[in-house]
Write a protein of this length. Structure first.
Ligand SMILES: [Zn+2]
Length: 220
């Protein structure tokens, strides 16, 4: 292990990074709670799809932190959480396709549209928090890239849900649900497979940020 640089600027930057990553995680949890409640209340497939995706992100980020001190238990938690999230994604995908095929795709209403747009705004806020990191670690760079792609995904889903409410087109909400459920499965399949294989290296690639990062030169 290399010595941690005790330069005050460095410590401040590292504290700022942690603070911003925690803020991003807190917003992530908030979006999940709002979308889960919203999907139950309005029956929106698009919100249900986004809720499973945000739950997957929250679990992944939380388990990255937990895994640093409890690698063995974290692998078990990754298997359980990954399997449940995959099931959730598959359920939303199935329901959305079913509603679409059987003509049950209903307009989820203005409330669902507002919550979906709120989720999009939350993802923009997460991306903004992570982009403000002055001294990025490999972990935080990975999260930043993911957050950028989440802005696009949640934007597409918000358009579907809002469009469904605005134009009274139920199929748009189901299309958003298919996108959300599909993305949840796509995003969680590899890490869950790696957890079942006991492939710890898969989860460690972003964990050793403080030394490997120094080689890539982000010195002030
Ligand atoms: Zn995500």
């Amino acid at each position: 292990m290399t010595e941690i640089d005790r330069h005050p600027d460095k410590e401040e930057a590292s504290l700022d990074r942690l603070r911003r990553m925690r803020q991003a995680l807190a917003i992530n949890i908030g979006i999940f709670a709002l979308q889960l409640a919203g999907s139950v209340i309005t029956g929106s497939n698009g919100l249900a799809g986004e809720a499973t995706h945000e739950l997957g992100d929250t679990a992944a980020h939380g388990l990255d932190v937990y895994g640093e001190s409890n690698p063995g238990k974290a692998m078990l938690a990754r298997k359980v959480a990954g399997s449940l999230i995959l099931l959730g994604g598959a359920y939303v995908l199935g329901e959305s396709i079913n509603d679409l095929v059987n003509g049950h795709a209903d307009n989820p209403g203005v409330k669902a549209a507002a919550i979906a747009l709120g989720g999009f705004a939350g993802n923009v806020a997460i991306s903004h928090r992570l982009h403000g990191i002055e001294d990025p670690s490999i972990n935080s760079v990975g999260q930043m890239r993911h957050a950028d792609s989440d802005v696009l995904k949640s934007g597409a889903i918000a358009l579907g849900v809002a469009g469904s409410a605005l134009f009274d087109q139920g199929w748009m909400d189901s299309a958003a649900g298919i996108l959300g459920g599909g993305l949840t499965i796509a995003g969680n399949a590899m890490p869950t497979y790696a957890a079942y294989r006991g492939n710890t290296a898969y989860f460690e690639q972003g964990a050793h940020h403080n030394h490997s990062h120094e080689d890539h030169g982000h010195h002030h």
